[in-house]
Design a protein around this ligand. Structure first.
Ligand code: SF4
Ligand code: SF4
Length: 472
């Protein structure tokens, strides 16, 4: 039976409840009165439950769909202003004992190049990432207790945080590794990770079991209950996501929101971020072999409806998506994007040729970080390399309380401008720097609090003079 307070996956992601939700949403997809009521409720910025949000996702009335997109855009603007947080993935190892049918790292793939970075190689990769200007990484590994034990991940995190090259530093390491034990989550917390990210892939249990035929990941409940163990281990920022294309997107959407509701109900804080990857081409993976692929328009509608349903949750899009889709997705809800990414192991130092491909997926947006930063600024956004909250201990419910009170706004913009200034000084091309300096002067005036504005202006001048790492 559906119970968001239960600790059992089948109860908080309840198949019957999802099917009843989809039926209800289908029956009401032309119900103008109800849809209008839900839109009005969403305007209160308290979020929507999975049933109401599903009605919006199903909505088949063009004028109301336009209103949903407009509201998503407004919520995005009200909460996140023009800021877009930047990050890069860092693949440490692609050894994997699992059999996920949509990922080229699956154990049966014998021709993909298997690699695992040594600590010396990590130093070189991270130095290259610092030289691009990145401050926030998401580390990625396959699941392999022998080749990639938790001790290796912990040692790698220590290495990453220790590298100080020129003015560079990685200030936040988010971790995307397989579901693990409370004890291991505790160790990750102690190692100072930012967000623990784990994609559910699909919330549809029957499909999940077929898509994960072998390996520890086959255990649906262990995987689905991972965020609870992470929170029990002290990690209070967790990042959820599904791989769109594996199952029916409406089912996944309801499941994703039910997961968020469960985390909020049990731990008092929902997911810190939600990612929206779609199945893409990779080594031996053909996205067309999955029946549930979604077109760009549907993809954007999903993003808009997630934005409206969980206004305080950051939303992430990767370089799986091309420039044009990323541009539209930013408008309706995405608050964090990767740039200059390599999805192969060791790819930042040594680009791979076709014969030696270790990438998890083909990158659709191949532009270097400088170009992505310039593009964002030309679109009117402020690329932010901020990592302040995690370093100030503003995580979990503390972070959410600040978000909900609106107080966070006094930190985000000045932090974005100061970290962008660091980027412009240390890494940007002259053209990007010129655009950026103008943007910073304009945006400085948008900081509402006069005292904060004058402190930020002083720090910006100090950064110009060579000092680094200020934060609110
Ligand atoms: S998705 Fe993760 S667990 Fe599955 S094969 Fe790929 S790396 Fe391994
Ligand atoms: S101040 Fe906090 S919420 Fe705002 S951008 Fe920085 S880390 Fe994110």
């Amino acid at each position: 039976m559906y119970d968001k307070y239960s600790m059992v996956a089948d109860d908080f992601i309840n198949d019957e409840e999802i099917k009843a939700t989809l039926k209800y949403a289908e029956e009401n997809k032309h119900n103008e009165k109800l849809i209008r009521e839900i839109i009005e409720e969403a305007k209160l910025l308290k979020g929507l439950d999975h049933r109401k949000a599903s009605v919006l996702l199903h909505c088949d009335i063009p004028e109301l769909n336009a209103e949903i997109f407009a509201l998503a855009g407004k919520i995005k603007k009200d909460f996140y202003g023009d800021r877009i947080v930047m990050f890069a993935p860092l693949y440490l190892s692609n050894y994997c004992v699992n059999g996920c049918v949509y990922c080229p790292y699956h154990a049966k793939n014998k021709h993909i190049a298997r690699k695992k970075l040594s600590q010396e190689e990590i130093v070189r990769e991270v130095t290259a990432l610092q030289d691009m200007g990145h401050k926030r990484l998401a580390i990625e590994t396959g699941e392999d207790p022998l080749n990639c034990p938790i001790e290796y991940v912990l040692e790698s995190i220590r290495t990453i945080y220790s590298i100080k090259h020129k003015n560079g530093a990685i200030r936040r390491v988010n971790v995307n590794i397989a579901a693990t034990t409370v004890e291991n989550y505790r160790k990750l917390k102690e190692a100072g990770i930012g967000t623990y990210i784990l994609f559910q892939e699909t919330y549809h249990k029957e499909s999940y079991l077929k898509l994960h035929p072998t390996g520890p990941k086959h255990d649906y409940n262990y995987h689905t209950e991972a965020m609870d163990r992470a929170m029990e281990g002290g990690i209070d920022d967790v990042g959820c996501g599904v791989l769109f294309g594996l199952e029916l997107y409406r089912y996944e959407f309801a499941g994703l929101l039910m997961h968020a509701e469960h985390l909020e109900a049990v731990h008092g804080v929902g997911p810190h971020t939600i990612s929206v990857p779609r199945v893409k081409h990779a080594d031996d993976i053909d996205p067309d072999s999955f029946d549930n692929g979604i077109d760009d328009e549907t993809f954007l509608k999903i993003i808009a409806c997630i934005r409206v349903a969980v206004p305080y949750t950051g939303m992430i899009i990767s370089t799986r998506e091309n420039k044009s889709v990323r541009e539209k997705a930013l408008r309706y809800g995405i608050s964090q994007i990767s740039g200059g990414s390599k999805t192969s192991v060791g790819g930042y130092v040594e680009p791979e040729d076709e014969d030696e491909n270790s990438a998890q997926f083909d990158v659709s947006d191949n532009r270097p970080l400088d170009e992505v930063v310039k593009w964002l600024m030309e679109l009117g956004y402020v690329p932010s390399f901020c990592t302040a909250c995690y370093r100030e201990g503003r995580t979990g419910d503390r972070f959410m309380a600040l978000c909900k009170s609106g107080q966070i706004q006094n930190c985000c913009l000045p932090n974005a401008l100061m970290t962008l200034k660091e980027y412009l000084m240390d890494y940007a091309s002259p053209e990007t720097r010129e655009i950026g300096d103008k943007l910073i002067s304009q945006q400085l005036m948008e900081i509402p609090n006069e005292k904060t504005r004058s402190i930020a202006a002083r720090h910006l001048a100090e950064i110009e003079g060579g000092e680094r790492d200020f934060r609110f």
